[in-house]
Design a protein around this ligand. Structure first.
Ligand SMILES: Nc1ncnc2c1ncn2[C@@H]1O[C@H](COP(=O)(O)OP(=O)(O)OP(=O)(O)O)[C@@H](O)[C@H]1O
Ligand SMILES: [Mg+2]
Length: 221
């Protein structure tokens, strides 16, 4: 699987959030690192087909994701940076609801919800309303919802997974992308990303604006 960015730019009025990104990601795990405002969320919203770029396009195995539309989104799991939950839903109700929106059958929705609640360590809280969850517990619900439907590509706009690092311009934000072949692979990756020692530099200064820092490849599937 190949996700290619061709001449991606994004302007918000006079602000150039992204300038001429040309990049290809193969199967593997990538961390997108850069300071606040570097353009990480913008790039992720473009690669999830939520935001149209000002120039350029994103291709999945040679096909424009904007043209693929629903067929592309079926392959995708996404945790937005500002992940909102319905406060009066229980964790279980919320995941079942998202699973049904993703088109899973009732049986499969229940099976995957149980499985994922176990995976993120919230099995014993599944009947609790989300308004009573801590920030970290909500994030875990967010990761679980992103994994529903066994996505081939997982995009987590998330800075708590262990990739945050310091650099010359101060504290760097981090976001993680996981193109992968199966949720089994995704799950292994989720556990592994907390081990910073397994990361290695992949390329630098390639992506994002002039402030951009680097793209890390931390694990290959
Ligand atoms: N909706 C918007 N309207 C106008 N400017 C925006 C908008 N969204 C982002 N920007 C600007 O685009 C630039 C990139 O923002 P973006 O949110 O992509 O950065 P980021 O790398 O995700 O930052 P952070 O680490 O704080 O999450 C910033 O200068 C920001 O002010
Ligand atoms: Mg962001």
């Amino acid at each position: 699987m190949k996700l290619s960015f061709e001449h991606i730019s994004k302007l918000y009025g006079d602000t150039a959030a992204l300038q001429q990104i040309d990049l290809t990601l193969g199967s593997g795990v990538y961390g997108l690192l850069g300071p606040n405002g570097a353009g990480k969320t913008t790039l992720m919203r473009i690669m999830t087909d939520l935001l149209a770029p000002s120039t350029g396009r994103v291709l999945l195995d040679g096909q424009d994701i904007a043209v693929m539309g629903a067929a592309f989104r079926k392959k995708l799991g996404y945790l937005p940076q500002d992940f909102g939950v319905y406060p009066n839903f229980t964790a279980e109700q919320f995941l079942l609801y998202i699973a049904r929106l993703k088109g899973l059958s009732k049986f499969e929705a229940k099976r995957q919800t149980d499985d994922l609640l176990h995976m993120v360590g919230l099995e014993d809280k599944k009947q609790k309303k989300l308004k009573g969850f801590s920030g970290g517990q909500r994030q875990r619900v967010g990761i679980a919802q992103a994994l529903l439907g066994d996505p081939e590509i997982l995009v987590l706009d998330e800075r708590q997974l262990g990739l945050t690092r310091k650099n010359g311009s101060g504290s760097a934000g981090s976001s993680v992308i996981f193109p992968s072949k199966s949720s089994f692979c995704c799950r292994r990756i989720l556990y592994r990303t907390s081990k910073q020692s397994q990361t290695k530099s992949f390329c630098s200064g390639k992506a994002l604006s002039s402030e951009c820092k680097s793209l890390l490849r931390c694990w290959s599937s």
